[in-house]
Design a binder for this molecule. Structure first.
Ligand code: PMP
Length: 483
């Protein structure tokens, strides 16, 4: 039978020392482990006994044990006593660094707490994700992807760092793909990024100033992040109507020259609204008059269900006012972490130079794979299937809402993308509803995350769930509301 060694303790912390007591305890236990006194498997007394032996409060013991557990030196089992589990690499960790002090010191703001909860719960296998901004993994084009990877087996001969703007082959594939859709660009007008989020980060770090204002639709996806605010910028929400952003409400004076407009004109996240052609032209004229540059987020540009997609602002712009962002995340796979910036060459070079200082390029493997997937025609074929599937899911979702939610709420009818923006007719406590839905196994995205004011809306997504799953969830939610 294994003989359990119990740590013998006669030492006590020095209460007059300037070193906090819990840190003295951490150091004492580390020393005993590192000098071999307490080998792996040694059992520490229970927390209650430790408090008695050291003559300190139980909470002091808890802090010390938590810290040692976080280093992986002991197991955090408080009941029967903790055990020494490692005495090698873990002991190289900084002796008594209190990371808690650093946690709120960085300039990046914390995520909204509901967003943090959603980010965590999205990985609970039993929860139905009714608001998620991601395509159903069951729609991933597995066969086409397998063939693509198979071709790459011989094509990729090394995976080195790439040039600052990203893999030339991918920039060529994208230039062709985009030029077929009305762009007039060369591969050097494209910078490959690690997703569109990184593009936004690069723009904020390289082109904007600390007190710049970013005007944007209200509600907007951008409000769910603190990306610009963390850099000291303001976010200002501009209302929309069914034709899109009401640009004439942007409070800007001629010649401010430090502000920018961020817009998602096609299948907007979260409202689902698509800006009309007339509004696009008028917005461009307004921005030209006011010298207000535009960041156009085209994440959902290729997901229009009826006819072809509207012209992008970038295509309509003849004055280099627009920086266009694209991504493979909403059409194909967010895990590729591939996005692209389309802009004038000096802007692309500047962003590329900053990107080299941040991560030295997006994954080469992902870039090769996407390039091949586009060149062999799979991307276009697959997009056709995806649009049809999303359209049918949208129709099913709208039918379910009409059946179960008509008395409770109103909603928009999106002509593409992922989202239905739903607003309750009566004020409801959205946080409580969010919790109740979780108890029923449904994860929601409350509208407050995206809006500039408290609202009574939900962002629903028909992209992640089938029509049947959507209907079953909506039925359950209507039962909560009935009560
Ligand atoms: N822009 C919009 C409008 C989005 O909805 C998202 C993802 N939710 C992103 C950008 C970020 O995408 P990526 O995965 O490319 O960083």
């Amino acid at each position: 039978m294994k003989k359990i060694k119990i740590a013998q303790i006669t030492w006590q912390p020095d209460k007059d020392s300037s070193i906090p007591i819990y840190q003295q305890i951490v150091q004492y236990i580390r020393n005993n482990i590192s000098n071999g006194e307490w080998p792996v498997g040694t059992r520490l007394p229970s927390q209650r006994d430790l408090a008695r032996l050291f003559k300190v409060n139980r909470s002091t013991i808890t802090s010390a044990i938590d810290e040692l557990t976080s280093y992986g030196i002991i197991s955090g089992n408080s009941g029967a006593g903790t055990e020494v589990i490692s005495n090698t690499w873990s002991l190289f960790l900084p002796p008594v660094t209190d990371w808690n002090k650093f946690i709120s010191a960085g300039f990046f703001q914390e995520n909204n707490s509901i967003v943090q909860t959603i980010n965590k719960l999205e990985f609970e296998p039993d929860l139905i994700r009714l608001g998620t901004g991601e395509i159903d993994p069951r729609l991933f084009p597995r066969k086409r992807w397998q063939k693509t990877l198979h071709t790459l087996e011989t094509k990729i001969t090394s995976l080195g760092y790439l040039e600052p703007l990203g893999l030339l082959a991918l920039r060529k594939s994208l230039a062709k793909h985009l030029n077929d859709r009305g762009f007039e660009i060369e591969p050097d007008n494209i910078l490959i990024t690690s997703g569109s989020l990184q593009a936004l980060q690069l723009i904020s770090a390289s082109l904007l100033q600390q007190d710049s204002t970013v005007f944007t639709e209200a509600p907007t996806y951008l409000k769910s992040l603190h990306l610009f605010q963390s850099m000291g910028m303001n976010l200002s929400g501009i209302p929309m109507d069914e034709s899109g952003l009401q640009y004439w409400k942007i409070p800007i004076n001629n010649g401010d020259m430090k502000n920018v407009l961020y817009t998602i004109p096609t299948n907007q996240n979260p409202s689902g609204i698509t800006m009309s052609q007339e509004r696009r032209l008028a917005l461009l004229k307004f921005c030209l008059d006011k010298q207000l540059p535009i960041i156009e987020d085209g994440a959902y540009q290729e997901l229009c269900f009826e006819g072809s997609s509207p012209q992008t602002l970038k295509n309509l712009d003849k004055n280099d006012m627009v920086i266009y962002l694209g991504t493979a995340s909403k059409t194909l796979a967010p895990g590729l972490r591939i996005g692209w910036v389309v802009a004038s060459k000096p802007i692309v070079r500047r962003l590329g130079d900053v990107k080299m200082q941040i991560d030295y390029g997006a994954s080469s493997l992902s870039q090769w794979a996407l390039s091949e997937f586009i060149d062999n025609g799979f991307y276009d074929e697959y997009l056709d299937c995806l649009r049809k599937e999303l359209k049918s899911r949208r129709d099913r979702a709208l039918n379910s809402l009409t059946k179960y939610f008509s008395k409770f709420a109103t909603w928009n009818v999106p002509s593409g993308g992922f989202y239905i923006w739903l607003t309750f007719k009566n004020k409801i406590k959205i946080e409580a509803f969010f919790e109740q839905a979780i108890n029923l196994g449904i994860l929601l995205n409350p509208g407050d995350i995206y809006d500039f004011k408290h609202d009574h809306s939900l962002r629903l997504s028909f992209a992640y769930v089938t029509g049947d799953e959507f209907e079953a969830s909506i039925k359950k939610l209507s039962e909560i509301l009935d009560k």
